[in-house]
Design a protein around this ligand. Sequence first.
Ligand code: MSP
Length: 643
Amino acid sequence: MNSFKKKFYVTTPIYYVTAKPHLGSLYSTLLADVIARWHRLQNNEVFFLTGTDEHGQKIAQAAAAVSKNPKEFVDGFIDAYKKVWHEYELAYTHFIRTTDESHTKAVQIWLQRLLDKGDIYKAFYQGWYCTPCEAFVTEKSDETSVVEQKGPFCPTCSRDTVYLSEESYFFRLSAYQEKLLKLYQENPHFIVPKERAHEVINFVKDGLRDLSISRTTISWGIPFPGDSKHVTYVWADALNNYITAVGYGQPGKEKEFEYWWPADLHILGKDIIRFHAIYWPAFLMASGLPLPKQLLVHGWIKMDEQKMSKSLGNVVDPEELYTTYGAEAVRYYLMRQMSINQDTNFSIHDLEQRITADLANDLGNLLNRMTALAEKNNLTIVDSPPTWSADVQALQKSFQTMLHEVKSYMHDYTLHMSLASIWKYIAQTNAFFHAHEPWKLAKSDENKFKEVVAATCHSLHGISLLLWPVMPHSMQQLLTSLGVTLSIETIDYVSELENDSWQRSFSLKKIPTLFVKPEPKIDKEEIKEPMIDQNVIDIELLSQVELRVGTIEHCESIPKSDKLYKLQVNFGEHGMRQILSGVKLFFTPDQLIGKQHVFIFNLKPRAMMGTESQGMILTATDAQGGLQLISAAHVVPNGTRLK
Ligand code: MSP
């Protein structure tokens, strides 16, 4: 606890432990890790909580199915969780288990306080229950449906429900309807993205019934205080982890609790919004405790358009991905590909594309080209000139614009947009580096050569700090290659970058290749024959060709070439690319600038007349022997991929 620093308390849902973690559980935890690191980068003091939800009927049934007692059953998965979290560099502060004695005792204290206050009372429950969701499912029309009838399907997971008829303790949820509506109205940013709030508000407006919070027909749970026939309903037990993990109900920990609570951010999937946005604030209101500041609700990772889940048997194993691609690439892919407010399909092809195009080509090669050139010219200590030329000042300005965008996107938790902004800037730095042709300057203008290298180092320095929350290990390495030591505990790097006038020196060091391109899946020897013989290609091969739409922003002649133009092409969130094209005989620059055309985006960069080309424009020869350029029938967003 440090009174000089700003504190940030972030939580993940706690996971039901019926199997090893899958990609969906990794995603929730990774979001929390990246957001926690973003705060650490600003020198804030962070408490990052994750853990496991170990009680309830669902776990008891899963344990019984393999003839284990529930505790023994869940114990068997904890190491697997911790191992995967460790492999993926998820730097949590505390891992809570709801079977921890400190938690179970604190939940009993919480229940007793609410019993004493009259917010919990004993009655009789009759209704339907969804075991996979551990949720009471009431029918709006007739709550006391006859037992023989088939119950409603669960509105969340669409599976069968079971009929319960038992004595139960109830939480007086109905008493909090107006207070909850006031909470949503007065705090429009309580639920992010705010579109998710509508379903919650409508649910509450429809009327809240008191909530059954104990069960007599199961025994795997926290015993109800003073009534051993009852165990605590698993959600009333689990939600409290957010306060018990920071000291609630534990003598001697009052100061710690006061320091950390309320949480700044709870992260959760859209399937569990009702529990977090309705029950949890009501529980806290009843307890007289402050409410969490924000809920960040994310969509699902899907597999062939279905939610990835253990019960559907379509899960992707994070460990396999880790072994094949490494933690950093998967972290980047998940943060870049998934947009918080949508469900996104998982695809190995997209993952490999991201590694090849974004990580290895755009970022890795920029570092490689700069350091290789510096080494070739014996430049190890890179000093900054006292004043920068206008083109570098323009690059500095672009950096500040990007930083401003990143801060705003991070504030809204649109992490994919923040990464798109950083990549746009990486493309600008690449374009700056190539436009100056520093390999020529090394021979003709040493000062300018050094300035170009120094400016590229400054750009990479800023980029690596901003990417550190997503790829902590590789960005640490990138900083090492620039001779910079990271001091996360002492420096507010975001403010430092905002006030950076690019005056530091760099000391270049060799590091292992940052990002390795995945091996192409297709065995080239195998496909050669059928391709030549039948003149057909496999769909896999086709899917490797990335065609994208881009707008030509600049066009200039390559001196001494009567065919080539050097084009700067805008591919939207995929950045700017420099593309050489042999169309000079057919078009003037004015006929090209501002036009949108189709390009091969992932062609291996190659040099022509000493200038690098990072793609190819598509053309067709017409009946008159003229050249036609290919475009979409109407304007589409720059960067759109052709399918
Ligand atoms: N135990 C409860 C949470 C209690 S929090 C006080 C629970 N556990 S869970 O293991 O079923 O799900 C935990 C989280 O993982 C949820 O936020 C859920 O949305 C998320 N995911 C599970 N599958 C997912 C995907 N396929 N995609 C993204 N996230 C998903 O609910």
